[in-house]
Design a protein around this ligand. Structure first.
Ligand code: SF4
Ligand code: FE
Length: 481
């Protein structure tokens, strides 16, 4: 296993092609806008070294028997699934942001199921290839970007009917030694903090789309891969010296557009090649796992609730009954998020490959909650924190001889608390509900692992409506038609 320092050094060895603000980023690791997101991933390495988190953060490889980081582990039972959810909450609580590494472990687990199923049906040898790749990832303790979302172009058209054929990742050439692919993956969480990129199809496919039914893995700096960083609200705050104005001064997340410009993939790294019948299965397995991973948001919720309670105390309003009730409501919502993630793990089932998968209905219900509840938690936090989260002057004004004394005087709350500490807590709430961290806490909660409608489609498919009707009809003495 790598420690946090080794992880950082390993990223320095990559030669990633990253663009941001119109320029190629020469030093990705030390870039002040990207670095907080690297710090967040580094936490997944750091906490795995701590004895008190060993059970949650590490596991025993079912292939080698070696101790590995849980972010590279294939779930062997329901307790592994439950621990993954608890690990997500732990890391969300310790970073206050998206720590990015879950997409990789979710992609590895989904592939461990689907490569096996393809082999059973098609007599291929994807599972063996995959296990070799997995061993390589586990032994090197790599961070993997699980890349699913294609740009999709006109949503009413399947891949092969798009005006631009590159709207979905596809094979452009098949060679003796591998395939050449072209396309892009959009809003890739943690892409430039990853050693590997694992590509999967984004929708179920038919035979006409067979060239789009592909899954493979590449080093993140493979020739032809380019990353264009997404902007986040308030991202240039990270360039400021003053940690007073940055909100979450240490951690963040990032998303990037990953362009695959005629990229070669050797056969040993190809895990699906035109088996279009299995594209939908891979999407669903990955989506269910990743919908459970949103337990991370209950950890970020812990931070926001803690910040809100602190702000209430700094304002001297913590004893007001409506404040206490709003804090209870925030906790109720946050624990509801967590219970969904735990329950779909507890109800997990063994797949033919031996991997345990989460209960898909409960995973979709859980993620549907995530598309709503953080917004309500954020609303209550802003209600309690007050308008100062958007009207506080800058740190420069706070430090200026001319304006500083006025700010010190008029932004004082509880006399026992320094104005500076009040600043810091309010900036954190600003960051979590409006700034860069709100990208992870709110919009990513909405759209990450699938937008709300994607879960509603799955819920309607997965509930046993015939059984529900017969239960009701039986109690009324009605003969089923
Ligand atoms: Fe992991 Fe949560 Fe970030 Fe998704 S949003 S990558 S589940 S931390
Ligand atoms: Fe995500």
């Amino acid at each position: 296993m790598m420690n946090a320092a080794q992880y950082e050094e390993s990223l320095r060895e990559l030669n990633l092609v990253v663009y941001m603000f119109g320029k190629r980023v020469k030093n990705v690791v030390d870039d002040p806008i990207i670095r907080p997101s690297m710090n967040a991933v580094a936490k997944t390495y750091e906490m795995a070294e701590l004895p008190e988190y060993e059970d949650l953060m590490t596991a025993t490889s079912h292939i080698t028997g070696n101790k590995i980081n849980r972010f590279t582990h294939i779930h062997q039972d329901t307790s592994d699934l439950i621990k993954k959810a608890k690990m997500g909450r732990l890391l969300g609580a310790n970073t206050g942001c998206c720590f990015q590494r879950c997409v990789g472990v979710d992609a590895l687990n989904a592939l461990s199921i689907v490569t096996y199923n393809i082999d059973q049906d098609k007599k291929t040898n994807y599972y063996d290839r995959f296990i070799k790749y997995l061993t390589f990832v586990q032994e090197n303790d790599f961070t993997c970007d699980g890349a699913m979302t294609d740009p999709k172009g006109d949503r009413s058209l399947p891949p092969h009917k798009q005006a631009d054929p590159d709207m979905y990742m596809h094979i452009v050439e098949e060679r003796e030694d591998g395939i050449v692919v072209r396309g892009a993956k959009a809003h890739q969480t943690g892409a430039v903090n990853s050693h590997e990129i694992i590509v999967m199809p984004t929708i179920a496919m038919r035979s006409e789309d067979r060239d789009y039914a592909i899954s493979f893995a590449l080093p993140s700096d493979a020739e032809g891969i380019k990353y264009i960083m997404g902007r986040q609200s308030c991202d240039t705050r990270k360039l400021e010296d003053s940690f007073l104005d940055r909100g979450n001064s240490y951690f963040g997340g990032h998303e990037a557009l990953c362009v695959f410009d005629n990229v070669f993939v050797p056969w040993e790294r190809v895990f699906m090649c035109r088996e279009y019948e299995f594209a939908g299965q891979l999407v669903e397995k990955f989506a269910s796992y990743h919908r459970q991973s949103y337990a991370c948001k209950s950890g970020v919720g812990d931070v926001l609730i803690g910040a809100t309670q602190t702000a209430a105390e700094y304002n001297g309003v913590q004893k007001a009954s409506h404040i206490k009730d709003k804090i209870v409501e925030m906790n109720h919502l946050n624990e509801t998020l967590f219970s969904g993630a735990i329950s779909c793990g507890a109800e997990g089932k063994k797949e033919p490959s031996g991997t345990f998968s989460v209960d898909p209905l409960l995973a979709n219900v859980s993620k549907q909650n995530v598309t709503r509840m953080p917004y309500e938690i954020a609303r209550l936090s802003q209600d309690i924190a007050g308008g100062l989260i958007v009207t506080l002057p800058s740190a420069e004004d706070y430090r200026s001889d001319e304006t500083g004394p006025w700010i010190e005087k008029y932004f004082k709350g509880n006399a026992a608390v320094s104005t500076e500490d009040r600043f810091k807590i309010l900036r954190l709430i600003e960051n979590l509900t409006l700034g860069t961290a709100a990208v992870g806490y709110l919009t990513e909660s909405m759209h990450g692992a699938g937008s709300p409608q994607a879960q509603r489609v799955m819920i309607s498919r997965l509930v046993d409506m015939a059984k529900k009707k017969s239960l009701a009809q039986k109690l009324c003495g009605i003969e089923p038609i």
